[in-house]
Every structure is written in structure tokens, then in C-alpha cells.
Design a protein around this ligand. Structure first.
Ligand code: SF4
Length: 223
């Protein structure tokens, strides 16, 4: 059995995820969700929430965003950081939605990825949480764990996403995103992974490397 299947089997045994819509939705419509996802790049959830609350108090549709003065738009989304760029992309994305899709957000991976400011991760989040497709959105947690475990060895999140997309059996597709993200948030944390609480020590490349280093150091000290 491949390592990735063994990993998923253990997650599944611990917390089976039913094959139904996901546990969380982002906002109550696709456009606001897309805005939230694009504003969330490189910032914390609470900063995104603050920027979205500011913005949605003034504009909730592509037309309303385009009607905002650009400086006002920047000021509203400022808490999300990189607000010059994000404001430019929000305006362009709104124009594209109006021109190409009549103002609606397309339920289509390729079309989403052609919108300004929408990359692979944003697309996967939209497909997963708004359009109820079993996409595996790869964020920093999923990328880190995949590399530590050795189920996807890559330097870039989008490459990890391609491998997980290809290697994840259908049975585990609904669970994959949440299992991996939760494992990264609560167990395999970036700075101090809780390996003593982890069920993957026998599989994990990172764990084996660290323990080999420790073993080698204690052997050389005792020599
Ligand atoms: S053994 Fe440690 S490094 Fe490996 S996945 Fe578990 S917590 Fe992360």
C-alpha cells in the first residue's frame, strides 16, 4: 500500500468524513466568498475578516466595488495588507466577472483561475467550500505536512496540490483538506511539531531524519 493511502486510512479511522457538503462555508454568496478568499492571501484570518467587514458594509457586488473610489477601496481593505495590489485586483476581477460572466462567479476551475488575483489555492478553496467539489486546497499547513510525511516532496504549494490531486483516492477526497489542515494546526505545527502525539512517526520522513540526527549525535558523543 502506498504511503499516502496509509496516511489517509489512519485519518479516516480516527475521523471519517461523510461524503457530503463541507463543514464550513465562507460567506453567504459566491462573490463575497471569492473576495474573502482573495483578500486572505498572506494575512491572518482575523485581518481578512476585518477587511471584509469594512468592504461589505459599502460594497457587496462587482458593480458596487467598481463604483467605489480606488482610495476608498484601499482604505477599506487595508487591514488585509498588500492593499494597493489587492484593490487593483479586486477592481479588475470585478470587471472580468461582469464582462465574461454577467457578474456571476463561474463554477469552473479554469475560468476561476483566469480571474485577477485568483490562483490555484483560491480556486481550490472556492471549489471546495462554495461549489462543493472535493478539491484539496493546499495552504502552508498542507504543504508542510505533505513534505514532512513525504507524500509530496516539493518546494511550491501548487506542485504539492498537483501531487495530492493526482494521488488522493476518491474515498478520501472529502476528508483530505480538513484532515491535513487540522493536523498542521494542532499536531504538526511549523515550529514545534508534537511528534509525541502523532500517529505517523513510523511513516514520517521528517521524524526519521530528526531521530537519525539525534542518534548520530549521541553515538558520536559516546564514542
Ligand atoms: S511525526 Fe512529527 S513531523 Fe511527522 S507528521 Fe507527525 S508531528 Fe509532523
Amino acid at each position: 500500500m502506498s504511503k499516502i493511502v496509509t496516511v489517509y486510512e489512519r485519518f479516516y479511522a480516527q475521523n471519517p468524513v461523510p461524503n457530503n457538503p463541507p463543514r464550513e462555508k465562507i460567506y453567504n454568496n459566491a462573490f463575497k466568498s471569492l473576495v474573502g478568499v482573495t483578500l486572505s492571501a498572506q494575512t491572518k484570518d482575523e485581518r481578512t475578516a476585518e477587511a471584509c467587514a469594512n468592504l461589505f458594509a459599502h460594497a457587496e457586488t462587482p458593480e458596487e466595488i467598481l463604483a467605489l473610489d480606488i482610495d476608498k477601496l484601499k482604505q477599506l481593505i487595508r487591514p488585509a495588507g498588500m492593499y494597493n495590489n489587492k484593490a487593483k485586483n479586486l477592481r479588475l476581477m470585478s470587471e472580468q466577472l461582469l464582462q465574461r460572466h454577467g457578474g456571476a462567479v463561474p463554477n469552473d476551475r479554469e475560468q476561476l483561475m483566469q480571474l485577477a488575483g485568483v490562483g490555484r489555492k483560491s480556486t481550490d478553496i472556492m471549489m471546495r467550500f462554495v461549489f462543493n467539489e472535493p478539491a484539496i486546497a493546499v495552504d502552508t499547513h498542507v504543504h508542510r505536512i505533505s513534505n514532512r510525511l513525504g507524500i509530496a516532496k516539493t518546494k511550491a504549494e501548487h506542485k504539492t496540490a498537483e501531487i495530492l490531486e493526482q494521488d488522493t483516492p476518491d474515498k478520501y477526497r472529502w476528508g483530505a483538506h480538513e484532515w491535513l489542515i487540522d493536523h498542521g494546526k494542532y499536531i504538526c505545527r511549523a515550529r514545534s511539531p508534537k511528534c509525541d502525539q502523532c500517529m505517523f512517526t513510523d511513516l514520517c520522513d521528517y521524524y526519521k531524519e530528526k531521530h537519525n540526527e539525534v542518534d548520530e549525535q549521541s553515538t558520536s558523543l559516546s564514542a
